[in-house]
Design a binder for this molecule. Structure first.
Ligand SMILES: Nc1ncnc2c1ncn2[C@@H]1O[C@H](COP(=O)(O)OP(=O)(O)O)[C@@H](O)[C@H]1O
Ligand SMILES: [Mg+2]
Length: 354
């Protein structure tokens, strides 16, 4: 029987629990077999085999031939007696946990996910001034990805923003926010995020939301990196809502973006502030685009703002009708035709043409 899944022959229950936990983090199902006889049926075709010390002796006794992709796993330094067995079976590596956990998650995730699709894109959204509409545009980008039938990952990197779940009107959706998400190692599988985190589903698409909470800590930089990379590898559109102050977690997202979008209301002061933001962002080597909320109170238009800030204009959008009331009522607009949705679609087009 070949399930295409990796297989473990492990008698040590504590070790087995740890392996199952790491496999879950990698989004990978790990089959267990009870003895060497059962393992023999999987020995040739399983993409990866994990053995504890006891199992290595059992396999040696059962005369299983050498194979690639078989590993000895242990929770401490293996005993000397096991070394001859590792040579006989051709075990490629001894994975000592917890130190080897990160490598194991990566290897299992590679198996579960297959090769990176190359389709994945990462976009960051920042406000040219406070209250510019960055979080609203980030949520609208998520909604646009969902409406287009694709897979999206909306990542809130602004712990003081009040929570992107609240922006979407999804604060009652159960599931972890950043304070409850504990990622082990430097890698997580997109599938593990989709099954753990709340989100929205459409006819075809899915938007998974990783929000900050009303209290508790924001994300750590390594966790941001792991989540963003997971979405990219899986070929998804990752949208990061970033604070205006470029914190270390924000930089972890920023350094992985294909495009950073500055949202700027068409006002003189917002323009001055956006210029400073643009300067900072460019110094980090980021490709920038502008979304302008126009016309401004004195009639300033998107093109004028873009010229003044010195960043290409991706979209100029009129105020979304009745947005403030909709947000307060927990009803983020799902229309695909309003100014906000049109601007979001322009951003996605620019992102996917990169
Ligand atoms: N496209 C828009 N049209 C009309 N009003 C908007 C728009 N975007 C944002 N707003 C208003 O601005 C407020 C602040 O938006 P928000 O996205 O939270 O700003 P930021 O994240 O940049 O601080 C919203 O609560 C809403 O009232
Ligand atoms: Mg915000």
């Amino acid at each position: 029987m070949d399930t295409g899944r990796p297989v473990a022959l492990v008698r040590d229950e504590v070790l087995l629990d740890e392996l199952l936990r790491l496999a879950a983090a990698a989004g990978c199902e790990l089959d267990r077999v009870p003895d060497a006889a059962a393992l023999r049926a999987r020995w040739k075709d399983a993409p990866l085999v994990l053995l504890d010390e006891w199992a290595a002796f059992e396999c040696g006794q059962a005369d299983l031939p050498r194979r690639a992709g078989a590993y000895l796993v242990s929770t401490g330094p293996p005993s000397e007696q096991v070394w001859p067995q590792t040579l006989v079976l051709g075990l490629e590596r001894v994975v000592v946990l917890p130190a080897g956990g990160e490598w194991l998650i990566g290897t299992l995730a590679d198996l579960a996910e297959g090769p990176p699709s190359g389709e994945g894109r990462v976009v960051a959204v920042l406000g040219g001034r406070g209250g510019a509409g960055a979080s609203v545009l980030a949520a609208a980008l998520g909604q646009a990805v969902l409406s287009s039938g694709r897979q999206g990952l909306l990542v809130d990197c602004d712990p003081l923003g009040g929570g992107l779940d609240l922006t979407l009107g999804d604060e009652s959706h159960e599931g972890p926010r950043w304070p409850e998400l504990h990622l082990s190692g430097g890698r997580v599988a997109a599938s593990a995020l989709h099954s753990a985190l709340p989100g929205r589903s459409g006819k075809h698409g899915r938007l998974t939301v990783l929000s900050c909470d009303r209290d508790g800590p924001g994300p750590e930089p390594d966790a941001v990196a792991a989540v963003v990379e997971a979405g990219r590898r899986a070929g998804e559109t990752v949208i990061c809502d970033l604070p205006r102050h470029l914190t270390v977690p924000a930089l972890a997202a920023l350094s992985r973006t294909d495009l950073a979008v500055l949202v700027v209301p068409a006002e003189v002061r917002a323009c001055a502030s956006a210029k400073r933001m643009a300067h900072q962002l460019t110094s980090h080597g980021v490709t920038l685009g502008l979304v302008v909320r126009a016309p401004g109170p004195t009639g300033l238009r998107g093109k004028e703002i873009a010229e003044s800030v010195g960043v290409p204009l991706l979209a100029s959008m009129r105020p979304e009708p009745r947005l403030a009331t909709a947000l307060d009522n927990g009803r983020f607009p799902t229309t695909t035709r309003g100014p906000l949705a049109r601007a979001a679609n322009s951003v996605l087009t620019a992102l996917h043409n990169r």
